[in-house]
Design a protein around this ligand. Structure first.
Ligand code: AMP
Length: 196
């Protein structure tokens, strides 16, 4: 990583993965961080929704899984991400949000990045106390935000990502960041990791 002193934005070309449960404030932090580092935000959920809007073959294949809340098959996701990361803009660095979701995807990502000689620089996981997340998400008043349903969504997230956390934990680039506190406090913790 290099950083020209005196610049407001750091010049890092960082390649990152961002993990975190629903309600932890990942969207907000992701926006601030990609702006701060001047890297490309890549949300696979957003890419799929865009494909669906344009009725592309990929969008049509993914539609059924998305509408029933299931994961889109790894093969499709890996191809989508491999294509996206080949684009020129990704040379300035990127942050993956929503990918990988499975260990198979994580392994495929590692493999493609190793082949390209551009390994990941950081995996950041925002963490929060489950009860606090339940309180936050339940406060929105939506039917699917009832505490017991929120709790189930969180359990589902943990079930899915626990193996992923385990996969990255020993990689030397994994950082768990406490997601509790104000937006500025949490962003400060993330900066302490990504800023040289
Ligand atoms: P998200 O906006 O990240 O919650 O993604 C919305 C939906 O897109 C998910 O419920 C999945 O159906 C699909 N999706 C997004 N990213 C992935 C991924 N990495 N693997 C499998 N399915 C995904």
């Amino acid at each position: 990583m290099t950083r020209a002193s005196g610049l407001v934005r750091s010049v890092t070309n960082m390649r990152m993965v961002f993990l975190g449960p629903p309600g932890v404030g990942k969207g907000t932090q992701s926006q601030r961080l990609t702006t701060h580092l001047d890297i490309v935000p890549i949300s696979t959920g957003e890419m799929l929704r865009e494909s669906l809007r344009h009725r592309t073959p990929l969008g049509l294949k993914a539609e059924h899984y998305m509408s029933t809340g299931q994961l889109v098959p790894d093969e499709l996701m890996v191809e989508l991400v491999a294509d996206r990361l080949s684009a020129d803009d990704c040379r300035r660095g990127y942050m993956l949000d929503g990918f990988p979701r499975t260990v198979v995807q994580a392994q495929a990502l590692d493999q493609m990045l190793t082949e390209r000689g551009t390994p990941l620089d950081a995996v950041i996981e925002l963490t929060a106390d489950t009860e606090e997340l339940v309180r936050r998400l339940s406060g929105r008043g939506r039917e699917d935000d009832k505490p017991e349903i929120v709790r189930r969504r969180l359990q589902e997230y943990l079930r899915q990502t626990a193996p992923l956390t385990e996969y990255y934990r020993h990689s030397g680039i994994y950082h768990a960041v406490n997601g509790m506190g104000t937006i500025d406090e949490v962003f400060g913790r993330i900066r302490a990791i990504v800023d040289p």
